[in-house]
Design a protein around this ligand. Structure first.
Ligand code: SAH
Length: 218
């Protein structure tokens, strides 16, 4: 069961979480405001009600996780979202990251390969508040050619390599934020598509994500 009440206690815990995330080096006020605004406990089973505001990843079923708030903030900050930008997210999971992007004013297109997780979001009433998020059941490796090009692409699962099809769906000047690595630990990278078609690669900190897997799972 999902909780539906957002109490003063939750709001207080959220304020503390914002300070924890800020303390770890996040400086974007927009991103910190989004974390402050979004009731993260809504995205978890009520069994996690007390824990939802710890800076940790938690299980959301099907062997998947809701990312750690610091990680969500880190990727969101690297994306440098501007209002009305069109963003492609790979790995909807709990939809928390998608809602952070929507709070930043983005138009979000998010893909999930696991049918059960995709269906769970259909029944998640809170998401009705965010008509700027479009949900897709599919293989993120294919992206969404019909809706391309995108201003930004965010991958929220560990990719062994940078998927070329997703680079193709980026606008010139667009950026992709992606944790790259086949092992337990990945390197966060930001790829910018330059005017001449070349790619600029910047390397950031190490993180640990669940793997990006090819194909859909019914
Ligand atoms: N953004 C999520 C993080 C979920 S964990 C959140 O905020 O909660 C990563 C998710 O990526 C999992 O749900 C997993 O099923 C999904 N995933 C892995 N490979 C994928 C692929 N090829 N296409 C789409 N989703 C994928």
């Amino acid at each position: 069961m999902r909780p539906i009440e957002d109490t003063y206690r939750h709001k207080g815990l959220r304020k503390k979480l914002v300070e924890v995330v800020r303390g770890k080096g996040i400086t974007s006020e927009g991103v910190l405001n989004a974390i402050h605004a979004i009731p993260r406990h809504f995205f978890l089973d009520s069994a996690f009600d007390e824990l939802a505001y710890e800076d940790r990843a938690f299980p959301i079923g099907e062997g998947q996780t809701i990312s750690q708030p610091y990680t969500v903030a880190y990727q969101s900050q690297l994306l440098e979202i501007k209002k009305f930008e069109k963003i492609l997210e790979i790995g909807t999971g709990s939809a928390y990251q998608a809602v952070v992007l929507a709070e930043l004013g983005a138009q979000v297109y998010t893909i999930e390969r696991q049918k059960k997780l995709f269906e769970a979001n259909k029944g998640f009433a809170f998401l009705k508040k965010y008509p700027t998020i479009k949900f897709f059941y599919g293989d993120g490796y294919e992206g969404l050619p019909t809706f391309a090009p995108f201003d930004k692409v965010i991958i929220t699962a560990a990719a062994p390599d940078i998927p070329q099809k997703l680079i193709d769906q980026l606008k010139t000047g667009g950026m992709m934020v992606i944790p790259v690595g086949a092992g337990e630990v990945q390197q966060m990278k930001r790829i910018t598509k330059l005017e001449n078609g070349a790619l600029k690669e910047e390397v950031f900190d190490r993180f640990s994500f669940v793997p990006m897997i090819e194909g859909r799972k019914g």
